[in-house]
Design a binder for this molecule. Structure first.
Ligand SMILES: *[C@@H]1O[C@H](CO)[C@@H](O)[C@H](O)[C@H]1NC(C)=O
Ligand SMILES: *[C@@H]1O[C@H](CO)[C@@H](O)[C@H](O)[C@H]1NC(C)=O
Ligand SMILES: *[C@@H]1O[C@H](CO)[C@@H](O)[C@H](O)[C@H]1NC(C)=O
Ligand SMILES: *[C@@H]1O[C@H](CO)[C@@H](O)[C@H](O)[C@H]1NC(C)=O
Ligand SMILES: *[C@@H]1O[C@H](CO)[C@@H](O)[C@H](O)[C@H]1NC(C)=O
Ligand SMILES: *[C@@H]1O[C@H](CO)[C@@H](O)[C@H](O)[C@H]1NC(C)=O
Ligand SMILES: *[C@@H]1O[C@H](CO)[C@@H](O)[C@H](O)[C@H]1NC(C)=O
Ligand SMILES: *[C@@H]1O[C@H](CO)[C@@H](O)[C@H](O)[C@H]1NC(C)=O
Length: 565
């Protein structure tokens, strides 16, 4: 309360000061309705040394007047001389200002301060204005909706109990609406309270809405001298207008595939939107009430085509949409498990029915192939799982077959080499065949190992070569078998023997070569020596023997001739 009083006083003082500056003759004081009015007497300069008394009186514009109070210079208390309603409402301050409590509009008259001294008599008239801030504006009798293009009473803006009367302004989207006598008509009426004299204002807005007003916000603003503008909360209205255009929406918006549920949504731009729609589906008319959607569930390739929707009461309001249903049938031959013999032919055939050119990806064991496989001569490396994957418009289909290439085992090589510690021989038997062949070695060995990959089997066996031996590798599977042998010499003999040649050790080969060379030279020397000795000592001996031999053979020949005869 104190703050408000202070504010009111400051305001009053401000206006008073302003008025003094403007009019030197009659001053003006502005007060707030219901508050105390302080009417200054000559701005405080009202106590001459020879002052006898100060008197306050009033004059109405109709000429009536009256005394209010008199204050003798020597006395502390003023004497109230008013007999009317001012009797209980007036007092004088120490600086001779008149205080009138509970200001009303009837206090808007001229009060005069009379300063009487021995030497002079001065009168200082002051005009009083009483202002009243209006109530916050309210929009009443709001329209329930507006009709497109037709002037409709939108509402009444009411603001009550103001002095002076308010200015009412209609706003649309914060812009002032100006009466144009056509689409905007504003009628303002003002009434005065018979008791208080305060004004109430009412402003009616007649408005012809357009479609764009669907989003418009209307508000009413009240402007008054007492302070900042007061605005109502914004109000929106729904606008009625007929349909001008229909549209048909297909969901999903992307590619449609067989089995999808397709929703057709018919939309009209009128407000309120129509509640019933006709859908034209493959030459059939379907009327939907209370909804604007029609669902095609589990569409097939036969559902591709043109679709329409329209308004039941207006066939010309129509929209069209095309639906293309993607499909993909895939059949790959062969499929499943395919057993084939080595060297045979396998033709891969793809049969498809598809809505448009698909993307095709062939893979073997997850690795992409450049093109569709086709086998004229099957090898073991062709074995594996082949997959054909096709996709079009969100559809993906795939087909796989597992190719198995079979063949009887066949040994490609059988080799030997010295073990890393030099004490044993490691035999390696390499064979091809499918299903995976088993091996049988003709000797007992240690560290028998095997690997099998892509139809290639590698068997190894470590043997201890104590005696001259021939080792056989025998491979077998359900389709057949194959064998191969290799001679293995004791490690000591090996350096002297020719058969044991396939040795991977180059140094050993060199040594063997040198040793063999030396032996050959030794044998040659031996033969030459023997021939030389024979010529010199026993020519007759040998000759006799040779002759005997030839004689015997002659006799044998004769016998055989006789038998034939
Ligand atoms: C108005 O004056 C009366 C009497 O002097 C006083 O009691 C009251 O508090 C005053 N009101 C204001 C708002 O100053
Ligand atoms: C008038 O004001 C004086 C002081 O300024 C105060 O003593 C006196 O009580 C007031 N009279 C009335 C009737 O309020
Ligand atoms: C209208 O004006 C008020 C205050 O001036 C502001 O808060 C509001 O955002 C404005 N609205 C529009 C639609 O401009
Ligand atoms: C289509 O709708 C039916 C029921 O309305 C539902 O069972 C089915 O899963 C839907 N199909 C697809 C592909 O969404
Ligand atoms: C493709 O369509 C034809 C004719 O309708 C049919 O005979 C054939 O089996 C279909 N192919 C596939 C892969 O479905
Ligand atoms: C597959 O190979 C066979 C025989 O060589 C041939 O007739 C056929 O046209 C080939 N198919 C494809 C798709 O290349
Ligand atoms: C190999 O060992 C088995 C038993 O361990 C034995 O019966 C067989 O006679 C041996 N064969 C050779 C050739 O030593
Ligand atoms: C092994 O055979 C070779 C030639 O066949 C022969 O020279 C050698 O004396 C034989 N050794 C044994 C221990 O039988």
């Amino acid at each position: 309360m104190g703050m408000m009083h202070l504010a009111v006083r400051v305001l009053a003082a401000f206006f008073a000061a302003e008025m003094f500056a403007q009019a030197s003759d009659t001053k003006k004081v502005i007060s707030q309705y219901g508050e105390n009015i302080t009417v200054p007497c000559n701005g405080g300069d009202n106590k001459p040394a020879d002052l006898i008394f100060t008197k306050w009186k009033y004059t109405r514009s109709d000429g009536t007047s009256g005394d209010l109070l008199v204050k003798q210079a020597q006395k502390d208390e003023a004497k109230i001389s008013a007999t009317d309603s001012y009797k209980d409402r007036v007092n004088i301050t120490s600086d001779s200002s008149l205080v009138i409590t509970r200001a009303t509009l009837s206090d808007q008259i001229t009060f005069t301060c009379m300063v009487v001294s021995f030497s002079n008599l001065n009168e200082y008239p002051v005009e009083v204005e009483v202002r009243k801030r209006p109530s916050a504006p309210e929009i009443k009798n709001k329209a329930s909706q507006l009709e497109n293009g037709k002037p409709t009473p939108l509402g009444e803006c009411v603001s009550t109990d103001a002095n002076p009367p308010v200015e009412i302004i209609w706003l649309k989207n914060n812009q002032t609406l100006v009466d144009n006598g056509n689409t905007v008509v504003i009628t303002t009426t003002e009434t005065k309270d018979s008791v208080t004299g305060l004004s109430s204002s009412k402003s009616r807005l007649l408005y012809a809405a357009g479609k764009e007003d669907m989003t418009s916000k209307f508000a009413c603003l009240v402007r008054h001298v007492t302070g900042p503008d007061q605005v109502t909360a914004p109000v929106a209205f729904s606008i009625y207008y007929p349909t001008e255009k229909v549209s048909l929406q297909v969901m999903p918006a992307g590619p449609v595939k067989e089995g999808d549920n397709v929703t057709l949504k018919c939309q009209a731009d009128g407000n309120p939107p129509p509640t019933n729609f006709n859908f034209h589906i493959k030459g059939k008319k379907v009327t939907v009430t209370g909804s604007n959607v029609h669902v095609l569930s589990g569409v097939t390739r036969d559902d591709s085509g043109e679709y329409k929707c329209s308004l039941p009461n207006n066939d010309k309001m129509e929209a069209t949409a095309m639906i293309t249903v993607n499909y993909l049938d895939l059949s790959v031959s062969p499929s499943g498990r395919v057993l084939k013999k080595l060297g045979e032919l396998l033709e891969v055939k793809v049969d498809k029915n598809v809505s448009s050119e698909p993307t095709v990806i062939w893979t073997k064991e997850g690795t992409r192939l450049e093109k569709q496989p086709n086998f004229t001569i099957l090898t073991y490396s062709h074995a594996g799982v082949y997959t054909c994957e096709m996709s079009v418009g969100g559809i993906k289909r795939s087909s796989s077959f597992q190719l198995i290439v079979e063949g009887a085992p066949k040994i490609n090589s059988l080799t030997k080499k010295r073990s890393t510690d030099g004490k044993n021989k490691v035999l390696t038997c390499e064979a091809e065949g499918s299903p995976q062949p088993d091996v049988q070695w003709s000797v007992n060995g240690t560290d028998s190992k095997s690997t099998y990959n892509n139809g290639k089997a590698i068997f190894t066996l470590t043997v201890e070569p104590r005696l001259n031996q021939t080792v056989a590798c025998h491979v077998v599977n359900s389709l057949g078998s194959d064998s191969r042998t290799i001679s293995v010499l004791p490690l000591i003999d090996e350096t002297q023997a020719k058969q044991d040649q396939p040795d991977d050790d180059d140094k050993a080969k060199l040594i063997v070569g040198i040793v063999v060379g030396l032996i050959v030279v030794a044998i040659l020397v031996g033969i030459i020596y023997w021939l030389y000795m024979k010529r010199r000592q026993g020519t007759w001996k040998t000759g006799e023997k040779e002759m005997g031999t030839s004689e015997e053979s002659k006799k044998l020949e004769e016998n055989s001739h006789r038998q034939e005869v």
